[in-house]
Design a protein around this ligand. Structure first.
Ligand SMILES: C[C@H](O)[C@@H](O)CC(=O)C(=O)O
Ligand code: MG
Length: 448
């Protein structure tokens, strides 16, 4: 039956939508580097002969979306007119087709605009796969045979750190007691932290109020954006500490603001806030820089990953002992396939994965990856929390559910990423109503 449905599903067309939300107007999502982020998505819909659809997106910011949308359109050629089972029977080969296109590869390889676009298409394929199977993505993954799972992973360039046999052994050994872990997730959900209290552009009064409210809602982990003047960062940090106390956890995120030496100095200063981690202290490409910061400020754990663009970079981060916390991004790397590789490497190196979710749709995506990680890969919740931001969920057909600072397991088939038709129309750029109104207002104010 399973094979038959996959076989009978043919992808007939791909619709690509440039979707942008004007979040920068209220400083939502702002940090020391990204001061005016309009949360955006290069969104694609795989249409099929059966009426089922596969939805996928890659998160970007405002103008950057133009380029990724175009790249998704180009890559669509690899899915149109294919049966779903021609893809799912060789998921590694399919991912390679996308990453190895002989002319697009020059734009990467496996990084930047073309890789972001690859993430959208691959995630849409997995969404469709899970819908055809009638399962949420986490369940599809957790129930797949280890042998099938490793066949989705491209071990090229990482097999010096993790090879296929090791991945297979790890997945096989860790199947024990999966039911017990599932029962725990069903009961209490997956632990989470909130970033929404501490965006960079928020006033001190606002972060105090939001921290207080979040505490009352049951949150125990809170993230603050730093990277401003040292005294301002400390003052803002102490405001949060005054509200949440010293038992709850606070993390700080500099969004790559500093060079390595400044990062060392600033992380030492921020240590007085007792941060649970220091996030993105410097450039995401500086593997040895992260290792040095970690070595020179041992009292603060170092986290990064939202801008780490592929499994090969993560491999080196792990090999170099550069990070304490790995923050994979579900669609910066090449979709579910590459996330599997990264989860497995992190498990081998015993580094906790706390996925990045500050963006549109990222919370919806990563809840599946973390549930799968716990059920089948890391098998631990220790030091692991999923990020949560409380913006834009109203646009999703099956948004995340949070209870007492935990993500509840999503139960609907698919990857939870489908955006409501009304929202797709209203926020499409530049023709959507929201943007037309904004252009009109700018014209009448003489700004256009
Ligand atoms: C621009 C994004 O909002 C970024 O600040 C998110 C981020 O760093 C995080 O969620 O962590
Ligand atoms: Mg961050």
């Amino acid at each position: 039956m399973k094979g038959k449905q996959l076989n009978e599903t043919h992808i007939t067309a791909v619709r690509v939508i440039d979707l942008r939300f004007p979040t920068s107007r209220s400083h939502i999502g702002s940090d020391a580097v990204n001061k005016d982020p309009d949360y955006s998505a290069a969104y694609c819909i795989l249409e099929t002969n059966t009426g089922l659809e596969g939805h996928g997106l890659t998160f970007t910011l405002g103008r950057g979306n133009d380029l990724v949308v175009q790249a998704v359109r180009y890559l669509s050629r690899y899915v149109v007119n294919r049966s779903l089972d021609s893809i799912t029977s060789d998921l590694r080969g399919f991912a390679r087709q996308l990453t190895d296109d002989t002319q697009f590869r020059w734009l990467g390889p496996e990084k930047g605009v073309i890789h972001l676009a690859t993430g959208a298409i691959l995630n849409a394929v997995w969404d469709l796969y899970a819908r055809v199977e009638g399962k949420p993505l986490w369940k599809l993954l957790a129930e797949m045979e280890p042998r099938e799972l490793v066949k989705a992973i491209d071990f090229r360039y990482i097999d010096d750190a993790l090879n296929e046999q090791e991945a297979l052994d790890l997945l096989t050994e860790r199947r024990d007691c999966q039911k017990t872990r599932l029962a725990l997730l069903e009961r209490q959900g997956y632990p989470a932290y909130t970033t929404s209290v501490g965006w960079f552009g928020y006033s001190e009064e606002k972060i105090r109020r939001l921290a207080r409210e979040a505490l009352a809602e049951g949150w125990t982990h809170f993230k603050l954006k730093v990277g401003g003047e040292p005294a301002d960062d400390l003052r803002r940090g102490h405001i949060i500490r005054e509200e949440i106390g010293w038992t709850n956890k606070m993390m700080v995120d500099a969004n790559q603001k500093w060079g390595v030496l400044e990062a060392i100095e600033r992380t030492r200063q921020l240590a007085e806030l007792k941060p649970w981690w220091m996030e993105e202290p410097t450039s995401p490409d500086d593997i040895l820089g992260h290792a040095r910061i970690r070595h020179e400020v041992p009292q603060v754990r170092i986290a990064t990953g939202e801008h780490v663009h592929n499994r090969i970079m993560f491999k080196q981060m792990l090999q170099a002992g550069a990070i304490d916390v790995l923050q994979l991004d579900s669609c910066r790397v090449a979709g579910v396939n590459e996330n599997l590789a990264i989860l497995l490497m992190a498990a081998k190196f015993n580094v906790p994965v706390c996925p990045h979710a500050g963006g549109v749709g990222l919370c919806e995506y990563v809840q599946h990856l973390s549930a799968f990680d716990y059920l089948s890969v890391s098998t631990s919740l220790e030091d692991r929390v999923i990020e949560f931001v409380d913006h834009l969920h109203e646009h999703f057909l099956t948004p995340v559910h949070i209870r007492q600072g935990h993500y509840l397991l999503p139960m609907e088939p698919g990857y939870s990423i489908q955006i409501k038709q009304d929202s797709l129309t209203q926020f499409a750029y530049p023709d959507g109503e929201i943007w037309q109104e904004a252009f009109e207002e700018a014209r009448s104010n003489g700004r256009a």
